[in-house]
Every structure is written in structure tokens, then in C-alpha cells.
Design a binder for this molecule. Structure first.
Ligand code: TA6
Length: 317
């Protein structure tokens, strides 16, 4: 668990970046700049709040979210690695992988102009090694301002330092790293029944609500009309979330991501989720910047890959 005193000593910026240990024992970075405020937990490098100046918060977090080591926080931006959803290589492991329930380290913090740049890192630990992952490094760069930029970089560091850890076969041999990844972002909306999403027309998706059937999104806007759970494949498109009731658009541009997942649990599924209030499905919609399924990635030893989401807010005149 991160040491708050050490974080304060190394990274605190008076009036901009502060650290606190919350009642549940997790350590949070609290950001306040002229352009925006934000909160990011070292647990999962989990951003739970981003509010550009003059705007309502743009990221949803459940009022019943649990802030407990080893458990995922409901809402915000869960960082998903090295698998998406259920582990699907025949082995067991936590839903959506271990990154979002791991303790990340803060490696960098600096203000440039009115933007705060943070960098978090995650290296193999006992949990990841027990799950068969000992040859990866993650860095997660978060830039907080009037816009929000999230960049997840995955490196395969097997084959390097083999002598140091020759006992670990994959490390010495240099094994490929096969993984899925997602920035599982919960956007805050005023009424999900009046939300439409532009950018996915003509794109193939798997309909997880209809037996994973492969379908093509009709041209035009995607309107949410019920539980929606769709990985859209082979798309680099920018998505625009029109929050009609909220009077704004949330623009999600991306780079290095071939999958966009759209999720809203809707009323019935939400009623079964202990960490969601019954009507909270109305106030969130996930547009997830990802590489999953047939878009999953393989890195040779020494290779790395970056995926970035750039999020901005526009008022609907
Ligand atoms: O991204 C959509 C999804 O895969 C849904 O199927 C649902 O499982 C959601 O993620 C949330 O997963 P979680 O493990 O956070 O409850």
C-alpha cells in the first residue's frame, strides 16, 4: 500500500495535487487546477472523478461503489488488463483481469500550463505471477485539464534481465505477451434513455445481449433502448456521446485502440448489482476504449504498445 507521507514528499504540488488515505484505507490523489478537478486512487490507478471547470462531473461513479483493496471500484475508469470479461484461456482469474485491483505506483507528477500530468506504473507481483503474468510492465499516463487524456502502455519485458531471473523460464526465454486491454470508462449522463452515440454506424459488433451474435450497426446514431453490451470491432472511430438531457456532448477520440465497447446494464441488471443504486443506470453510459477479442494484442519480447483516449466536452447549443 502506498505511503501517503512519501507520496506527499515526492509529488505533492501545493494547491494542485494532494494525497490522502481514505476511511477505507485506499490512497487517493486529489487534483485541483484552474481547468479541472479530479480524483485518482493508487488502487487500480482508478480515476473516479473528472470535472472540467464550469461543467458537471463527466465521469460517473456509483454512490454504492466499494473502495476496498482487492475489489474493483464501480464506475470511473477501470483499467482492464490482461483479459477482458471472464478469463478465457482455460485458467481462473478475476473478472476483467488483475490491473484494476492491483496497487499501482505513482512515478511522475508535473504541471504544464493548466494541465497536470501524472504517470502510474504497474509491475509483476505475487498476484500476477500466480496468474501466470511475470513479463509485463504497464505505464498509465493521465493528463488532467479541460480535456482528459488517458494513455495505457503495455511492454513485454521478457528476455531482458534473464540472467537476473533465469529461474523464470518465460523471462529468460523471452515469451510473447498476449493480452486484452480496456479503459472501461463510465461517462456521466443526465438520462441514458435520451442518449445517442455517433461514430459506430456500419461497424461490426458482437451482441452480448443476443448470444454474442455478430451484427452490423446501422448507419446513423446508436440509441440506447435497453441493456446494451457490445464490443464494436476493428474501429478507430471517434465516438460522440450526445447527452441530450444533460445539454452536452462527450467526445471520445482514441489512438491505438481497435475495439469500442458500449455498455449500459439498464434497469433489470442494475437491480441485481449490489454496488449500483437501482436508478443509477440512468446516469451512466460506458464507451470503452479497448483492444479485446479478435482485436487482442501480442507483443514479442522487448516490444510495447500504447492505447490512448482523449476526452472532451462540448455544450449542445
Ligand atoms: O464492458 C462491459 C462488461 O464486460 C459487461 O459485460 C459487464 O460485465 C461490465 O463489463 C462490468 O463488469 P464488472 O466486472 O465491472 O461488473
Amino acid at each position: 500500500m502506498a505511503d501517503v507521507a512519501e507520496l506527499k514528499e515526492k509529488f505533492a504540488i501545493p494547491g494542485v495535487l494532494a494525497f490522502e488515505k481514505t476511511a477505507s484505507g485506499l490512497v487517493a490523489a486529489r487534483v485541483t487546477t484552474p481547468a479541472a478537478e479530479a480524483t485518482i486512487y493508487l488502487h487500480g490507478a482508478h480515476l473516479t472523478h473528472w470535472k472540467p471547470a464550469g461543467e458537471a462531473p463527466a465521469i460517473f461513479v456509483s454512490q454504492r461503489a466499494e473502495f476496498v483493496a482487492g475489489k474493483p471500484i464501480r464506475g470511473g475508469v477501470p483499467v482492464i488488463f490482461p483479459w477482458f470479461g471472464e478469463r478465457h484461456d482455460g485458467k481462473s482469474g478475476p473478472m476483467h483481469g488483475f490491473a484494476r485491483i492491483s496497487e499501482w505506483e505513482l512515478a511522475f507528477a508535473a504541471m504544464t500550463g493548466d494541465e497536470l500530468h501524472l504517470a502510474f506504473t504497474l509491475a509483476p507481483d505475487d498476484q500476477s505471477r500466480a496468474l501466470g503474468f511475470d513479463h509485463f510492465r504497464l505505464s498509465y499516463r493521465v493528463t488532467i485539464g479541460r480535456t482528459l487524456t488517458l494513455q495505457l502502455t503495455v511492454a513485454n519485458d521478457s528476455g531482458s534481465g534473464g540472467a537476473r531471473e533465469a529461474s523464470i523460464e518465460t523471462k529468460a526465454m523471452g515469451a510473447p505477451l498476449v493480452f486484452e486491454e480496456a479503459l472501461h470508462t463510465y461517462y456521466a449522463v443526465a438520462d441514458a434513455q435520451k442518449v445517442s452515440i455517433d461514430g459506430l454506424g456500419g461497424t461490426t459488433y458482437l451482441d452480448k445481449v443476443d448470444g454474442m451474435k455478430r451484427k452490423v450497426q446501422p448507419a446513423g446514431m446508436l440509441k440506447l433502448e435497453g441493456r446494451t453490451d457490445r464490443p464494436y470491432l476493428n474501429t478507430e472511430a471517434t465516438c460522440v456521446l450526445h447527452d441530450e438531457a444533460g445539454g452536452r456532448r462527450i467526445v471520445v477520440a482514441k489512438k491505438g485502440s481497435a475495439t469500442t465497447v458500449v455498455w449500459n446494464p439498464w434497469k433489470e441488471l442494475t437491480a441485481t448489482m449490489a454496488d449500483m443504486e437501482p436508478d443509477s443506470w440512468l446516469h451512466m453510459t460506458c464507451i470503452e476504449t479497448a483492444n479485446v477479442g479478435e482485436d487482442s494484442l501480442t507483443l514479442a519480447p522487448g516490444e510495447h504498445h500504447s492505447m490512448r483516449a482523449h476526452i472532451s466536452i462540448e455544450k449542445i447549443a
